[in-house]
Design a protein around this ligand. Structure first.
Ligand code: SIN
Ligand code: NI
Length: 258
């Protein structure tokens, strides 16, 4: 486990995101990266590839959801107690569950930025508090698709969801009044370092202008007790979740608790 200094926890709560360095050593990262390469080239299993090469969404993200259900090593890292424990410390929740993992690759070639958005409007949850861990397999910078965040934007609450393929400009929303796009900060990372961002924090990722795929594993964690809002979602559809009841059970495992 990694004990976060109070300054990191305060930073996350004030700004809606935080950078944490040296979470994984090179051996761990190589093991995770190798497993992700394997699941990304496989057509087997129950994980979901959201678009194919040539598609408009694929130009933003080559995405595969719930790789942990197909590969033991992906499960090892998606359910890694060190990560869930960091989420526990940042949120102050009594327990942390995994909502889903997703491999988020930005392919070289015709790459588009991930437009400014909040994540929370896409998730079928009533209470906010869910957050993403964003784990690159290599160094990331402006050239190959690092992230940007707007400090404090999570305090605006839940806005209208942005279409990631034909994006509206979130800064033009009436609801975004007072949020200055010029206050956004770029967060390049060294391999082994990660960020967490609150589902309400405005974020963006640069297009990948390098000649290699930008390979990221993102994990969505939520505080135990978060309830289902009944809205359709690719992960929860047809699972018998009950509106107003906690999202729970073995497909949303409780990984960390106080
Ligand atoms: C990305 O990795 O390009 C975007 C991640 C996110 O939207 O959370
Ligand atoms: Ni996002």
């Amino acid at each position: 486990m990694m004990q976060l200094p109070p300054s990191k926890i305060d930073f996350y709560r004030t700004n809606g995101f935080v950078q944490i360095d040296n979470v994984f050593n090179p051996t761990e990262l190589a093991e995770l990266a190798g497993a992700m390469d394997e699941v990304m080239i496989s057509n087997e299993g129950s994980s979901i590839q959201t678009d194919r090469a040539g598609g408009n969404y694929y130009k933003v993200l080559n995405q595969r959801v719930n790789t942990w259900r197909d590969h033991g090593v992906m499960a090892k890292y998606s359910l890694h107690p060190r990560l869930a424990d960091l989420a526990l410390q940042l949120t102050g929740a009594s327990g942390i569950r995994l909502f889903h993992d997703h491999a988020l690759w930005k392919m070289p070639g015709d790459s588009k930025p991930t437009p400014w958005h909040q994540d929370f409007p896409y998730w079928p949850m009533n209470e906010s508090g869910a957050l993403s861990a964003w784990i690159p397999m290599h160094d990331v910078d402006e050239e190959n698709g690092c992230m940007m965040f707007v400090p404090g934007s999570h305090l605006k609450g839940k806005l209208t969801g942005v279409d990631l393929v034909n994006p509206q400009d979130i800064f033009d929303f009436e609801e975004s009044k007072g949020i200055d796009r010029n206050s956004a900060v770029k967060v390049p990372l060294k391999a082994g370092s990660i960020t967490f961002h609150n589902g309400l924090c405005f974020h963006y990722a640069h297009a990948n202008n390098s000649d290699q795929a930008r390979r990221v594993l993102a994990l969505i964690f939520f505080p135990d007790g978060t309830t289902f809002n009944g809205k359709p979602h690719i992960i929860t559809n047809d699972q018998g979740l009950v509106e107003g009841q906690p999202i729970a059970g073995g497909l949303y495992p409780l990984i960390a608790k106080k």
